[in-house]
Design a protein around this ligand. Structure first.
Ligand SMILES: Cc1cc2nc3c(=O)[nH]c(=O)nc-3n(C[C@H](O)[C@H](O)[C@H](O)COP(=O)(O)OP(=O)(O)OC[C@H]3O[C@@H](n4cnc5c(N)ncnc54)[C@H](O)[C@@H]3O)c2cc1C
Length: 480
C-alpha cells in the first residue's frame, strides 16, 4: 500500500518552472517528511523533493526517546508508529562489570525501538496522501535568489528526465541531512566528527533487560543496544576516531574491546552477526546550531544541528523543532507576507535553542563522561544511588525535562560526588579527584558556551519562560 502510494505520486510534469507552493522542502528524510505530514492536512501547499523515495536500511534514528514519541502524538502522528513491529522501550539498563542498574522512564512513559527505513516510509506515505503535497523526484542543486538576495525556491535535476527545473515557494525548508549541500548558505558552523558507530543487528537476541535500552560500560569504549523489532536488537559500538576506520582496525577493536564484554545471553547472536559480516559504520557528528537568518529559507534537522547519538536524542530534537516551526508558520494567515515569515523564522531559531540545549549538551557530555575512566565509574555509582540523581537524569535523557538548571545541577552534583568518593576512599586519591574535576570542566565548558550562552539564561530569567512548554506532559510549543 505504502509502495503504491509512493509510486503513484511520482511526478511526470514536463514544466521547467513550478510555482504556487507555500513551502518547498529539500529532503524527505525524518525532518522533511514529518513536517510535510504535519502541515499538509492543514492546507499548506508543499513541494517535497528527494533524490530517492525508496526504503533504506540505515543504522540511524532507531530509538525514539519518550520525548520524540510525545511530540509525534501531539502532532496527531502517533499512529505512524503502528503496524511495522516497532517495540516499546520502558527505560535504560546500565552495565559495568558484574554490576547492573535499571532506571525506568518517568511516569510510565515509553520510547520506541524501530527500523528507521520502515518508519520513514510510513511518514512519507502519510504526507503524500494529501492533495496539497507534490512529490518531486530529483536532486536539489541550488537555492534561487531574487535581486534582493531573498531565497525564492530551488533548482533541481529531475530524476526521470535529467532536466534542470525550478520550484518557487514562499519558504524553502532545507532538511537535507548531515551532509547538507545548502548549509554553507544558511549556517555559520562546521560539523566535527566525534567518533564512529559500528552498527550490527543481533537476531533472536535475548538482552539482559528486555524492553530496555542498554549502555555497556565495561569495555574501554561504550556500546549500546535496544530492540528494533520483536526479534532484532540493534547494537551500536563506539569507535573513537576522526577518520573513517579501516576494516582491519574495526575487526581488532571488536575482538579486543567489545567481544570480551558482551553478556553471555547475547553472545550467540553477536557471533552470528559478526560471521554474517553485515556491519555498517557511520560518523557521529557534533554541530551546534549557528544559523544565518535569510529571507525565504530555514534549516531543519541535521542540516541545522547535530549531537552525539549515544543518547538517541536526534529525533526528539527534530520533532520538537518541527512543532516550534510549525506553530509559528500556522499562526500566519497565509504565506503571502515575506516579512512576517522572516519574523517567524527568527522566533523559531530563538526558541529552538532553549528547547534543544539540554539534549545537545547531555549527548556530548555523556559521551565525554563515558569515554573517561574516572567519570565513567563516578556516573555509574551516582546513578546507582537512585532517587533524584537517577530520576532527573533519565527525564533529561528521555527528552521530557529540558530545564538547563536541572542539567547543570546534575552535572555539578555528579562531579562533586565522583571527586568526594575518591578522596573518601583514600586521601592519596586527591590528584585523581582533581583530574576528575578538571576533565569534567573541560567536557562541559565548550558545550555550555555553544548551547547555553548567557543571553539564553537571562532570556529565561527575564521572560520567565514556562519550562513546562518543553518538558513533557501536555506540552504545547506555542508560547503562552
Ligand atoms: C549512527 C547514528 C545513530 C543515530 N541514532 C539515533 C537514535 O537512535 N535516535 C534518534 O532520535 N536519533 C538518532 N540519530 C540521529 C537521527 O538519525 C537524525 O537526527 C535524523 O535522522 C535527522 O533527520 P534529517 O531529516 O535531518 O536527515 P535525514 O533523515 O538524513 O534526511 C535527509 C534527506 O535529504 C535527502 N537529500 C539530501 N540531499 C538532497 C538533495 N540535494 N536533494 C534532494 N534530497 C536530498 C536524503 O535523500 C534524505 O532523504 C542517529 C544518528 C547517527 C549518525
Amino acid at each position: 500500500m505504502i509502495k503504491q502510494l509512493l509510486q503513484f505520486k511520482r511526478r511526470t510534469s514536463s514544466n521547467l518552472e513550478e510555482s504556487g507552493f507555500d513551502i518547498c522542502i529539500i529532503g524527505a528524510g525524518m525532518a522533511g517528511a514529518t513536517i510535510a505530514a504535519y502541515l499538509a492536512p492543514k492546507g499548506v501547499r508543499i513541494a517535497l523533493i528527494d533524490q530517492s523515495f525508496e526504503e533504506k536500511k540505515r543504522i540511524v534514528g532507531e530509538l525514539l526517546q519518550p520525548g520524540a514519541v510525545l511530540s509525534l502524538k501531539q502532532m496527531g502522528l502517533g499512529h505512524l508508529l503502528d503496524g511495522f513491529d516497532a517495540q516499546p522501550v520502558e527505560g535504560y539498563a546500565i552495565l559495568q562489570g558484574d554490576e547492573r542498574i535499571t532506571i525506568p522512564y518517568p511516569n510510565h512513559c515509553k520510547g520506541m525501538g524501530l527500523h528507521n527505513g520502515r518508519f520513514l516510509q510510513q511518514i512519507r506515505a502519510s504526507a503524500l496522501q494529501n492533495t496539497t503535497v507534490t512529490q518531486i523526484h530529483g536532486k536539489a542543486l541550488q537555492l534561487q535568489e531574487n535581486e534582493r538576495h531573498e531565497i525564492t525556491g530551488i533548482s533541481y535535476r529531475d530524476s526521470l528526465t535529467s532536466k534542470i527545473k525550478t520550484i518557487h515557494a514562499a519558504l524553502t525548508i532545507t532538511s537535507d541531512g548531515f551532509f547538507s549541500n545548502f548549509r554553507d548558505h544558511l549556517s555559520n558552523n562546521e560539523k566535527t566528527v566525534t567518533s564512529y558507530f559500528i552498527g550490527l543487528i543481533l537476531k533472536d537476541c535475548e538482552t539482559p533487560f528486555p524492553k530496555h535500552g542498554h549502555v555497556f560500560l565495561s569495555g574501554p569504549t561504550p556500546f549500546i543496544c535496544y530492540p528494533i523489532s520483536s526479534y532484532e536488537v540493534r547494537l551500536l559500538i563506539d569507535f573513537p576516531a576522526e577518520q573513517l576506520p579501516k576494516k582491519q582496525l574495526i575487526q581488532t577493536h571488536l575482538d579486543v574491546n567489545v567481544t570480551p564484554y558482551i553478556p553471555d545471553c547475547m553472545r550467540n547472536s553477536y557471533q552470528q552477526a559478526l560471521q554474517e559480516g553485515g556491519f555498517k559504520v557511520m560518523p557521529n557528528h557534533y554541530m551546534a546550531a549557528k544559523p544565518i537568518i535569510r529571507k525565504g529559507a530555514v534549516l531543519l534537522g541535521d542540516a541545522l544541528n547535530m549531537r552525539h547519538p549515544l543518547t538517541g536524542g536526534g529525533l526528539t530534537a527534530v520533532f520538537s523543532d518541527i512543532q516550534i516551526l510549525s506553530a509559528h508558520l500556522l499562526a500566519m494567515p497565509d504565506f503571502s507576507n515575506t516579512d512576517l515569515i522572516h519574523e517567524k523564522i527568527e522566533a523559531y531559531y530563538r526558541e529552538r535553542q532553549h528547547a534543544n540545549a539540554n539534549l545537545n549538551i547531555l549527548a556530548n557530555a555523556l559521551y565525554g563522561v563515558m569515554s573517561n575512566d574516572l567519570l565513567k565509574t563516578a556516573v555509574f555509582k551516582y546513578l546507582q544511588c537512585g532517587g533524584m540523581n537517577a530520576q532527573e537524569s533519565i527525564s533529561m535523557l528521555a527528552g521530557l525535562n529540558r530545564n538547563h538548571y536541572t542539567l547543570m545541577k546534575q552535572f555539578c552534583f555528579l562531579t562533586a560526588f565522583g571527586a568526594c568518593n575518591l578522596v573518601q576512599h583514600s586521601i592519596s586519591n586527591l590528584p585523581k579527584a582533581l583530574k576528575l574535576l578538571s576533565d569534567a570542566i573541560s567536557i562541559i565548558k565548550p558545550l555550555l558556551k555553544n548551547e547555553v550562552p548567557l543571553a539564553v539564561l537571562f532570556y529565561h530569567y527575564l521572560e520567565k519562560i514556562n519550562y513546562r512548554a518543553y518538558s513533557g506532559y501536555g506540552a504545547n510549543v506555542q508560547r503562552p
